[in-house]
Design a protein around this ligand. Structure first.
Ligand code: ATP
Length: 246
């Protein structure tokens, strides 16, 4: 990536690359002021997970992919951090699912929306994908939420049955679950409200979990065990506790 000079053999290479992507995105006006803080909270949990995809995170990601594939109206939602960290993976997943992406941000300003939409459009053209990108003109509201964060599009989030909303906020996650949707969250913190309230939670770093889904999408013979939400969260916490004890 332009301007990124870290050595790939550096033990924190992936982490440094993600930080660099956030720096670039911040300069382009894509991020809210709190973006770095939210990322730091995630990094702390990733450190405790050993910066690796645990077996239960892999299982949750595979199960999530199958739910998205079987959905009547799947949608992938991007906020600022998701766009900065994993825009390409989200575009590739939307292409695989033949579904739209929707930009949906908490602190909505016309400038930020424009910065995000133009970045996604650049990447879409580089990857040469036909993915539809929604969010520029919201025409519906998520019931139970107030202000700009309730805004969404009817064609995308509002009418969807299965939603991937990585790095979601707890209030909005609950409001989406209340709408009767299958809500898939990716969150390194198994204790966050979103992780607890979602239908499926992948406790893993965003780009790792999206790459797990994309790799699974290419597998020919697939079998996924049943998903137990509480057992998944407990297994993630147990993994962290084991790591701390070691
Ligand atoms: P909640 O409202 O769900 O309780 P929160 O207030 O703890 O969440 P936010 O600040 O809204 O959290 O969002 C940050 C969340 O995203 C944290 O739970 C953090 O662990 C997670 N996170 C940050 N960066 C990443 C990443 N790259 N991959 C996965 N999760 C991440």
């Amino acid at each position: 990536m332009e301007g990124f000079a870290a050595d790939p053999s550096h033990p924190r290479y992936a982490s440094l690359l993600m930080r660099h992507r956030l720096e670039v995105a911040a300069k382009r006006g894509m991020l809210a002021d709190s973006a770095m803080i939210a990322h730091g909270r995630g990094e702390a949990f990733d450190y405790m997970l050993g910066e690796q995809t645990t077996p239960n995170a892999r299982h949750a990601a595979q199960h999530a992919l199958v739910c998205l594939e079987q959905a009547a109206r799947p949608i992938l939602s991007l906020n600022g951090n998701v766009t900065a960290l994993a825009c390409d993976e989200m575009l590739l997943l939307a292409d695989h699912l033949n579904c739209p992406l929707e930009v949906n941000i908490f602190y909505r300003t016309p400038e930020r929306m424009e910065a995000l939409l133009s970045f996604i459009e650049e990447r879409r053209q580089v990857l040469d994908l036909e993915v539809k990108v929604l969010g520029a003109s919201p025409d519906a509201m998520i019931p139970g939420l107030k202000g700009p964060r309730a805004a969404c599009t009817r064609e995308g989030i509002f009418e969807s049955d299965v939603m991937l909303v990585p790095l979601e906020d707890g209030d909005r996650c609950q409001a989406l679950v209340n709408m009767g949707k299958t809500v898939i969250v990716i969150d390194l913190n198994p204790l966050s409200r979103s992780a607890q309230q979602a239908t499926i939670t992948v406790v893993d770093e965003l780009s790792r979990s999206l790459n797990t889904m994309l790799a699974f999408a290419q597998e020919e013979r697939r079998a996924v065990d049943a998903y137990d939400h509480q057992a998944n969260l407990k297994a993630s916490l147990a993994w962290i506790a084991d790591a701390v004890n070691r």
